[in-house]
Design a protein around this ligand. Structure first.
Ligand SMILES: [Zn+2]
Length: 183
């Protein structure tokens, strides 16, 4: 199987919006576009602030129990009502493994043990979003399964399928690769 790390989600109706500042977040001046490092960057004429745009780091969890994978039905935009691995943003004050255990607890109420880092992917949602996502393999060590946060429903699915209607191709490819590696 060919390894794929970069995914493009091009659907204008899924523009989540909101990453570009119009006013300086430090002093409130109107930002102006300047060419810096051969890129157009929003800069502040008042205080010198430069808006560097970077991907948002996220963590996704492949939670495995025996021959089953835990998936959640998303309740949030984008791709609400489709199924995905539990995932979330890395908070500024936490490392990504802490994010993994926190998100597992928040979204599934399960206590997990981290087994390994499976993959890193770039997911582009132009024009506003670019997620740099770390996939982590985890097992369950406690807790009662309960859908919370941005999961409407949680269910275990047999790894040998069929999978439900998935929100992201990234998850499908990761699960398929995991099955192959495990054999
Ligand atoms: Zn400013």
């Amino acid at each position: 199987m060919k390894i794929r790390q970069v995914y493009w989600h091009i659907d204008e109706s899924e523009n989540i919006g909101g990453d570009n500042f119009k006013y300086c977040p430090l002093c409130g001046e109107l930002l102006v576009e300047k060419n810096l490092d051969n890129r157009a960057r929003q800069t502040c004429p008042g205080c010198g602030f430069i808006h560097f745009r970077n991907p948002s780091p996220t963590v996704s969890l492949l939670i495995i129990d025996g021959n089953n994978v835990l998936l959640g039905k998303r309740s949030q935009f984008p791709r609400a009502d489709r199924w995905a691995t539990p995932s979330g943003y890395i908070e500024f004050d936490e490392d990504f493994l802490t994010t993994a255990t926190r998100e597992a607890k928040e979204e599934t109420n399960l206590d997990i043990e981290i087994i390994e880092i499976l993959d890193v992917t770039d997911s582009f949602f132009p024009p506003q979003h670019h997620f740099l996502n770390i996939y982590i393999l985890a097992g369950v060590i406690g807790g009662q399964l309960q859908a919370n946060d941005d999961m409407a429903e949680l269910r275990w699915f047999p790894l040998d399928g069929p999978l439900p209607e998935m929100a992201f191709e990234e998850d499908i490819n990761l699960i398929n690769r995991y099955i192959k590696q495990r054999r």
